[in-house]
Design a protein around this ligand. Structure first.
Ligand code: FAD
Length: 429
């Protein structure tokens, strides 16, 4: 008999809870990964940085597994069918993995769990990508928190060192197999991009000074660990341990991540709907031409354009600029936040359904603990505050301050009054 460890959002051998339990179970463990055909088919751009990143991370895992006399088995297809196929090839005792909280992942896991239950094969999922999940943090009346500050307070109150201890699996317990290379990117229908997988590192200097410089996009003083946390190439427990030692502001960001994850878990309707139903009444303008100019970074607002161009060229955008560009789309252009959310989802390297949805709804005002609807970021004032020398702008907008640079797509004051009147109107009904 064998056990299977199924890698998903936890692409590392080190400090991996599910893997630790699999290797401690006393049965040889076959490590696998499945490229989900259904998810990959939805990606229009075959030069997708995230797929390339995952592929490189898997290669890295496979290289490490070689020294333990085993190999990563990588499949492409429908996970349910792949598991059916695996159960004909191997005598499976148990399947181990780490929990995923997205609605579709929960559905997928439930169907695999139910199928194997019929054959007395257990499917065990562990908490690994967060410190607290499911019902770990609830209000006194057992309902989930929908406001960040009391959630974060409770999070810190109940945290014990055991919550962020490091798991050290015994790597000698893998099933010994012949070493083989993994499926190529081409075999799964994708192409190489410019992204380069590096073993993620916690930069102490950045974390120590995080609260001082984090809002200034030109300084690059945030950790850029989003993608590593998204795909689990770094352990969140390791991040939390260092945050506690070095910087509470950075710890608060990690708690925002968990806050939005539990919002998605408890209120899965937010994927398609505003958290606050009254936002359904807003009459978005949804002008397609203006949306295109926003996507391309041609709005005539330099900080907005710089952000969108950074996103398009690199797959990253600084948090302050994410807020400015998102606000600009919903408020200045009155375009439905779901359009912007979908565009970010297609481009962000660190794209995560819960964080992206939660932050878009925060900006739009429709979210659980959102910015008040009448807060309209003024791109010019934001630039004065956070990019005074226009260093960030100049980096991404080469034609800035030349005749080639477009004039503003809409005047700020006009846009501000327009959005306030449309929102007020919607909420009156
Ligand atoms: P750091 O500033 O070093 O923070 C460390 C980590 O904390 C981040 O990597 C991330 O995992 C977490 N974090 C920080 N801020 C937030 C936040 N506001 N919400 C949730 N988690 C946070 N973050 C994503 O991870 N994926 C997304 O798809 C995403 N979409 C966003 C969309 C909009 C409109 C906005 C305003 C923000 C979005 N964010 C998203 C949050 C935030 O902008 C990024 O996490 C951050 O910019 C990533 O940079 P960093 O890795 O250098 O993070």
């Amino acid at each position: 008999k064998i056990s299977i460890f199924w890698f998903r959002r936890d692409l590392r051998l080190e400090d991996n809870v599910g893997l630790y339990h699999a290797l401690s179970s006393g049965i040889p463990v076959l490590p696998i990964f499945i490229f989900d055909e259904g998810i990959l088919r939805q990606l229009d751009d075959k030069k997708d940085r995230r797929v390339d990143y995952i592929h490189q991370a898997l290669q890295n895992i496979n290289d490490q597994l070689k020294s333990f006399g085993t190999s990563l088995h990588v499949y492409y297809g429908d996970p349910f069918k792949i598991f059916q196929q695996l159960s004909t090839e191997f005598a499976i005792h148990s399947i181990f993995c780490n929990r995923d909280y997205e609605p579709l992942a929960i559905k997928r896991d439930t169907s695999i769990y139910n199928y194997f239950k019929l054959y007395n094969i257990s499917f065990k999922a562990f908490k690994d990508q967060v410190i607290f999940d499911k019902k770990d943090i609830l209000k006194k009346d057992s309902s989930p928190y929908t406001v960040y500050t009391p959630y974060a307070k409770k999070w810190k109150q109940i945290l014990k060192t055991e919550h962020y201890k490091c798991y050290k699996p015994d790597y000698s317990k893998f099933l010994k197999t012949e070493f083989k290379t993994i499926l190529s990117l081409k075999e799964i229908g994708f192409l190489k991009t410019s992204i380069l997988f590096k073993q993620p590192k916690l930069d102490k200097e950045i974390i120590q000074n995080y609260h001082k410089y984090r809002d200034h996009p030109a300084l690059q003083c945030t950790t850029q660990l989003g993608i590593a946390l998204r795909f689990g190439t770094i352990s969140v427990r390791k991040c939390v341990a260092l945050a506690i030692e070095l910087n509470e502001t950075w710890l608060n960001e990690l708690i925002w991540r968990e806050f939005f994850m539990q919002i998605l878990y408890h209120f899965p309707y937010v994927v398609h709907q505003p958290f606050k139903a009254k936002y359904n009444a807003i009459k978005w303008r949804n002008n397609e031409q203006e949306f295109k100019l926003w996507c391309d970074g041609k709005t005539g607002y330099p900080i907005v354009d710089a952000g969108m161009r950074e996103l398009n060229q690199t797959g990253f955008m600084h948090n302050r600029v994410r807020m400015i560009t998102a606000s600009f789309l919903c408020k200045h252009l009155l375009i439905d936040w779901r359009w912007g959310e979908a565009y970010f989802a297609s481009k962000l390297n660190d794209y995560d359904l819960s964080a992206n949805n939660g932050n878009w709804q925060w900006v739009a005002g429709s979210g659980c603990d959102a910015a008040p609807y009448f807060r309209v970021f003024n791109p010019t004032l934001q630039t004065e505050k956070f990019d005074k020398e226009s260093l960030y702008i100049k980096k991404w907008v080469s034609e800035f301050e030349t005749d080639d640079y477009p004039s503003p797509i809409v005047p700020h004051n006009f846009a501000r009054n327009r959005v306030l009147s449309i929102f007020n109107e919607a909420f009156k009904e």
